[in-house]
Design a protein around this ligand. Structure first.
Ligand code: TYD
Length: 134
């Protein structure tokens, strides 16, 4: 499984940092939704699902966390600790999020609206679905 980490360019001067994100430019799709995960619990993992169609980019704006990506064959852990890095999470990739720092704010950008029917929240079903897609 190839881990795709996007590098974002920031503009820095003595006033501070500015980091723009634009659809179909440094974000590789048309953006339809944004959400933030924050006030998390270091001991509690989240996610545990794959999306049938949705593509997402996860950016740790503040603090750090770990994202586990699993394509049914390989499992990789990616540490995020910079707003300058975006982790591309493709459709049909199982993800878990864990080890949140106290101040972690994880922003997720998605190419479609929230739709519970796009989720696969059962790992066994996810593996079955991968077999069908082969
Ligand atoms: P959930 O999928 O459990 O979060 P995570 O992927 O971090 O484990 O989502 C938590 C709740 O928020 C759940 O009731 C669905 C709801 N939700 C929305 O209404 N809109 C959204 O865009 C998202 C991502 C979740």
């Amino acid at each position: 499984m190839e881990v795709k980490l996007l590098d974002f360019t920031e503009f820095v001067d003595k006033r501070g940092h500015l980091l723009p994100l634009e659809a179909n430019k440094n974000i590789p799709f048309k953006i339809k939704r944004l959400y933030f995960i924050y006030s998390t619990n270091k001991k509690m993992s989240r996610g545990f699902h794959a999306h049938k169609k949705l593509m997402q980019v996860a950016i740790c704006i503040t603090g750090y966390c770990t994202i586990v990506l699993d394509d049914g064959q390989v499992r990789k852990e990616i540490g995020l600790n910079s707003p300058k890095k975006g982790l591309l999470i493709d459709k049909m990739i199982w993800r878990e999020m864990k080890d949140f720092s106290k101040n972690c704010v994880l922003m997720v950008i998605a190419d479609d609206y929230y739709d519970e029917s796009d989720y696969n929240r059962d790992y066994g079903n996810y593996l079955e679905m991968l077999k069908w897609l082969k």
